[in-house]
Design a protein around this ligand. Structure first.
Ligand code: UDP
Ligand code: MG
Length: 323
C-alpha cells in the first residue's frame, strides 16, 4: 500500500493547525488502491503553542495517520523546515502543505491521482489567482518567476507554489542538496523528472498573518538568483567591457579634437561626474562579487541546516478513510 507523507511547516500556527487537520479529515479519496497517510508537522521555533497543539492533534487523530512532530530548536525559516520534513519523510511520495489553508486540502486527491495514474514524479500547483495577497506581492512574484526562469535556465513552472507532490525518487535527489541557502522551487526544477502542473485559486490565510514581509521576499528572491546562476557576475564583465570601449572611443575623440583645433579644457564638472559614475559601477560590481563570496563563506562551514529539539513519532493505525 503506498504511503503519502504530508509535510506541514508551522511558524506560530496554533490557531490554523486544528482547522487544517479537520479539513484533512474531510478530504475524500477515491482511489482504486488504498493509501496510508503520514503527517509530519515541523514546528519551526514558534513562539505560541503550536508544538502542544500538534501533539494534542496527533493523539486525538491517531487513526488518521502516523504522525511525526519535529520541534526545531529555533526559527530556521520555511526552507529549513521543508528539508527537515523531507529528511524524515518515510512516504512513497510527499506533499508540502502550508498550515494556514492557503493550500486547499481538497486538491490532494487530484495531486495523488496524477502521481498514481499518470506516472508524474512531480505534481506542481500553479496559482491562477491569489486572493488576500496585495498587488505589490503579486506583481513582484510575477516578475521574479520570469526573471528567475530566464537567468537560471531551469524549467521552473511559472507561478507555482510550494504546494506540490514529490515522488520518493525526487525526494532523494533534493535531500542530496545540503546547501544552507535554500530555494526549493529551484531544487525541484533542477532535479528534473517527469513534471505535471495543475491550476488552482489560492485562497487567503485562514487566520494569523503571513511571516513574509516584502523585505524578506526580496532577500529570498536574491538567494534564489545567486544560488542558481552566475549570470549576475557575467553582466559585470559586459558592463566593464562596454565602459572600456566607450572610454577608449571618447579618448580618441579628445585626441583628434586636440590635434585639429588646439587643446580644449572643458572643466572639472564632467570629470567628477564620470569618476563618480565609474566609482558607483565598480562598487556595485564588488557588491555582486561579495554576494557570491558571502555564500561561499556560509556554505564552507557546512553547518547543519536545522537543529531538532524534540522528535515525536506516533504509531497510527491505518484504518482511515483514505481508500
Ligand atoms: N513558515 C515556517 N517558518 C517560517 C515562516 C513560515 O515554517 O519562518 C510556515 C508557515 O507557518 C506556513 C508556511 O510556512 O505554514 C507559509 O508561510 P506564510 O503563510 O507565512 O507565507 P505566505 O503564504 O504568505 O507566502
Ligand atoms: Mg500562507
Amino acid at each position: 500500500m503506498p504511503v503519502l507523507s504530508l509535510i506541514i511547516p508551522c511558524f506560530n500556527e496554533e490557531s490554523s493547525l486544528p482547522i487544517l487537520i479537520d479539513a484533512l479529515k474531510n478530504v475524500k479519496f477515491k482511489f482504486i488502491e488504498k493509501i496510508d497517510l503520514e503527517i509530519i508537522i515541523i514546528d519551526d521555533g514558534s513562539r505560541d503553542l503550536t508544538a502542544n497543539v500538534a501533539l494534542r492533534l496527533a493523539k486525538a487523530n491517531n487513526d488518521l495517520a502516523k504522525w511525526q512532530i519535529l520541534e526545531l530548536s529555533r526559527n530556521f525559516g520555511k526552507e529549513a523546515a521543508l528539508i527537515a520534513g523531507l529528511d524524515h519523510c518515510k512516504g512513497d511520495a510527499c506533499i508540502f502543505l502550508d498550515a494556514d489553508l492557503q493550500d486547499p486540502p481538497e486538491l490532494i486527491p487530484n495531486l495523488v491521482q496524477k502521481w498514481l495514474s499518470e506516472g508524474a514524479e512531480v505534481v506542481n500547483t500553479v496559482r491562477r489567482t491569489r486572493a488576500g495577497d496585495g498587488w505589490l506581492k503579486n506583481l513582484s512574484s510575477f516578475l521574479f518567476y520570469r526573471i528567475f526562469k530566464k537567468i537560471s535556465r531551469l524549467d521552473v513552472r511559472l507561478d507555482s507554489s510550494d504546494y506540490r507532490l514529490l515522488d520518493k525518487t525526487v525526494i532523494k535527489a533534493i535531500c542530496s542538496c545540503r546547501e544552507q541557502v535554500r530555494f526549493s522551487k529551484g531544487f525541484v526544477a533542477w532535479a528534473g523528472f517527469n513534471q505535471i502542473s495543475i491550476e488552482y485559486d489560492r485562497p487567503p490565510r485562514i487566520s494569523g498573518k503571513s511571516a513574509w514581509s516584502l523585505w524578506k521576499l526580496w532577500n529570498y528572491a536574491l538567494d534564489g538568483i545567486f544560488s542558481f546562476s552566475t549570470i549576475p557576475l557575467r553582466i559585470w564583465t559586459y558592463i566593464g567591457l562596454s565602459m572600456a570601449t566607450i572610454s577608449f572611443a571618447y579618448a580618441i575623440c579628445i585626441t583628434v579634437t586636440a590635434l585639429l583645433g588646439g587643446i580644449n579644457v572643458p572643466g572639472y564638472a564632467s570629470i567628477v561626474a564620470i569618476i563618480s559614475f565609474l566609482g558607483g559601477i565598480q562598487l556595485m560590481g564588488i557588491g555582486i562579487i561579495g554576494e557570491y563570496i558571502g555564500r561561499i563563506f556560509i556554505e564552507s562551514k557546512k553547518r547543519p541546516i536545522y537543529v531538532i529539539r524534540n522528535l515525536l513519532i506516533t504509531e497510527g493505525s491505518c484504518n482511515n478513510e483514505y481508500g
